[in-house]
Design a protein around this ligand. Structure first.
Ligand SMILES: [Zn+2]
Length: 248
């Protein structure tokens, strides 16, 4: 009798230890955790950690944010990229340059919304913001947010300074316009490399767990994106969006 009680206690203790872990594993299989920008704005961190991180580590699951700068590009390139994201059930942040929005590229904003992607602000004219005075900064940062809000119905929540060039004044203007500054820590090098295989190489080389990957709305990137996503998925990556206000 005493032996039976002992066995029951041991079984109960094991079950108590394993049960939350298996629940966590089950949850981790289906729902990605919530992420916020890490301090410095060039990577993400999960809001809740603990069991989740253990289960992700055990099954080799990693997370990354895909970001596409300088759109809308037009000529069907944006639509090509959105189509590949859709195929992979992935979402991305598109940092748009307001002066690139024309009558022919404006429909891209609706496509991004329909696909569940985030529209970010990449300034009005893609200038080096660290050289600008406060009034010009306001046009570049808040002026672009106002236009994006008017066209898409959503005020951007994330801002990326052109060339990643920022300063205390730029950061202050971004916060005053109600946004967070997002940089990156993984670079596909597609701003200057033109061969798809080079973009594939650097995307795979640089992307790590919790990375923000810098890509551009360009034909060479669109040409290799399916391979980039497929190979990152084979390495255990899921593509997530960081924390943002609920979509209306
Ligand atoms: Zn840019």
């Amino acid at each position: 009798m005493r032996l039976r009680a002992y066995r029951f206690c041991v079984a109960f203790a094991i079950a108590a230890l394993v049960f939350p872990f298996s629940l966590e594993l089950l949850a981790a299989r289906t729902i990605p955790p919530l992420f916020v920008l890490a301090p410095g704005g060039n990577s993400i961190k999960p809001v809740d950690s603990g069991w989740r991180e253990v289960s992700d580590w055990l099954v080799g699951r990693k997370y990354a944010v895909l970001t596409f700068d300088d759109g809308p590009y037009g000529h069907g390139v944006d639509e090509h990229i959105i189509g590949i994201l859709r195929k992979h059930h992935a979402h991305a942040v598109f940092f748009l340059v307001c002066s690139h929005i024309t009558d022919s590229t404006e429909p891209v904003l609706d496509e991004l919304k329909e696909n569940g992607d985030l529209i970010g602000n990449h300034s009005f004219d893609h200038l080096k913001l660290t050289y600008l005075q406060e009034a010009d900064l306001q046009h570049e940062i808040d002026g672009c947010s106002q236009l994006l809000a008017k066209l898409s119905g959503r005020r951007p929540y994330y801002f990326r300074p052109p060339f990643g060039m920022t300063s205390p004044l730029v950061t202050q203007s971004v916060h005053a316009a109600g946004m967070k500054q997002m940089l990156w820590n993984a670079n596909s090098e597609d701003s200057w490399m033109t061969k798809p295989e080079q973009i594939l190489y650097w995307s795979l080389e640089e992307t790590d767990n919790h990375s923000i990957l810098l890509l551009h709305d360009k034909p060479a990137t669109a040409a290799v994106l399916d391979q980039v996503l497929t190979q990152l998925e084979q390495r255990g990556f899921q593509f997530v969006l960081p924390d943002h206000p609920p979509f209306k």
